[in-house]
Design a protein around this ligand. Structure first.
Ligand code: ADP
Ligand code: MG
Length: 250
């Protein structure tokens, strides 16, 4: 089923999102929208709440306040069927989190079979299609340990794509990779963006943010300090905190 039929409502809408761990307020009222087909990169220092924000979108963390609306569904509503929402949201983590005892192809079919109840043959076809898309069409029988980190991360992307998501969340997908393996993963992500995938990407790759993001969001201390097109936020930041951060990473 194509889910690209829901009109112009944002795919993600955060209204005053607050997240506390005990007494510590990690997200302090985040307002953010991601439109269909948009690529939004979130940048900011370590500990600023970027991962927590991403994890609140698919309720890996339970928000303490505010609203999280995904594809028109308020996921903070206790009656919300979060599994139904998650089926349309792919997530790729810094650590690839592949199942080590399953082959590459099985890694890409297991959620389809068990969560989305897709038949075996169709699941394999889809998996094969997406493995081809990430340049690993011939590695379906390999086990994760036989692949490089960059290849494993591309499998993780193919696995997420095999669920035919409407939205992809990336949390520093290249941070754990050796420098020479980063490019292939970014290339796959760039291809996805070109095909119109809606993407929310936490990254320290400023060149990627510059070239691929429609919008860059700079977070610090649990708030959005500045957001706008990369030509503004990355190349001509208005806020001192953004400038300080960029001076350190660029
Ligand atoms: P970032 O991804 O920007 O580095 P995080 O969202 O991981 O930041 O973390 C933001 C803050 O929340 C940090 O101070 C971190 O220690 C804290 N934090 C994150 N997860 C938890 C948790 N499960 N329990 C307690 N504190 C947490
Ligand atoms: Mg993080």
């Amino acid at each position: 089923m194509s889910a690209r039929t829901t009109g112009s409502e944002p795919v993600v809408q955060l209204d005053g999102l607050v997240k506390r761990f005990g007494d510590v307020e990690v997200l302090r009222g985040i307002d953010l929208q991601v439109a269909r087909g948009e690529v939004v990169c979130v940048i900011g220092p370590s500990g600023s709440g970027k991962s927590t924000l991403l994890r609140c979108v698919n309720l890996l963390e339970q928000p303490s306040g505010g609203r999280v609306v995904v594809r028109g569904t308020d996921v903070t509503d206790p009656d919300c069927d979060i599994d139904a929402v998650r089926r349309h949201v792919g997530m790729v983590f810094q650590a690839f989190n592949l199942f080590p005892h399953l082959t590459v192809l099985e890694n890409c079919t297991v959620a389809q079979r068990k969560v989305a109840k897709v038949g075996k043959e169709q699941a394999q076809q889809r998996a094969q299609h997406h493995l081809g898309r990430v340049g690993l069409g011939d590695r379906g029988d390999a086990y994760p340990a036989q692949l490089s980190g960059g290849q494993q991360q591309r499998v993780a992307i193919a696995r997420a794509l095999s669920m035919e998501p409407d939205l992809m969340l990336f949390d520093e997908p290249t941070s754990a990779l050796d420098p020479e393996l980063v490019g292939d993963v970014l290339e796959v992500m760039r291809g996805l963006a070109d095909e119109g995938m809606t993407m929310l990407v936490v990254t320290h790759e400023m060149a990627f943010a510059r070239q691929v993001a429609d919008r860059v969001v700079f977070m610090d201390g649990g708030v959005v300090v500045e957001e706008g097109p990369p030509s503004q936020v990355v190349d001509a930041p208005r806020e001192a905190r953004t400038r300080d951060f960029l001076d350190r990473v660029l």
